[in-house]
Design a binder for this molecule. Structure first.
Ligand SMILES: [Zn+2]
Length: 171
């Protein structure tokens, strides 16, 4: 059974008490993700365990799954893109702390006791999205285009490249 998920989480306290969250969040509340989706219907399923490791690092581990409706950048038709993310987030309160994070953690910057749960989940989904979403090979109805036929309009997905770069830099 899924519990009713809290809108905001006190990540540090949840880690102290070993809280676990399982349930679904609507995609419609994720304002940074929405412009990249063909439509906003649907939900994200999550199972997150808050805790501390042997080195006393507060962390969030778990899984996030969603079926996203994206627009193919070649034929502009929508297609379903399943996302399944296994996350291991180390809780940090500053960028300097992020540099010192041990092990396999990605940094989760926590600056408030009321962090929107959707923001944590949304970050993971954004990082899981392809920079140029397209149908799989052979499933796209559009004819193969030459490089100069491509539109020069900047893709809304360009922002993902920056986000991924920032994440790599933060490691
Ligand atoms: Zn396509």
């Amino acid at each position: 059974m899924s519990e009713r998920l809290p809108l905001v989480v006190d990540v540090v306290r949840y880690a102290e008490t070993g809280r676990r969250l399982t349930g679904e969040l609507p995609l419609s509340g994720m304002t940074r993700l929405l412009p990249l989706l063909h439509n906003a219907s649907g939900a994200v399923w999550l199972d997150l365990q808050f805790g501390k490791d042997d080195l006393k690092v507060a962390n969030v581990r778990g899984e996030i799954r969603a079926q996203l409706r994206l627009q193919c950048q070649r034929c502009l038709q929508p297609f379903d893109y399943p996302v399944q993310v296994k996350c291991a987030l180390g809780v940090v309160t500053s960028e300097a702390e992020a540099d010192k994070l041990p092990g396999d953690y990605e940094p989760l910057l926590v600056t408030s006791q009321n962090m929107p749960l959707a923001a944590i989940v949304e970050d993971e989904l954004l990082l899981a999205l392809p920079v140029a979403p397209m149908h799989k090979e052979g499933e796209c109805p559009a004819p193969v285009q030459s490089a100069d036929a491509q539109t020069s309009k900047p893709s809304p997905f360009a922002v993902l490249g920056q986000l991924k770069a920032a994440r790599i830099k933060a490691k």
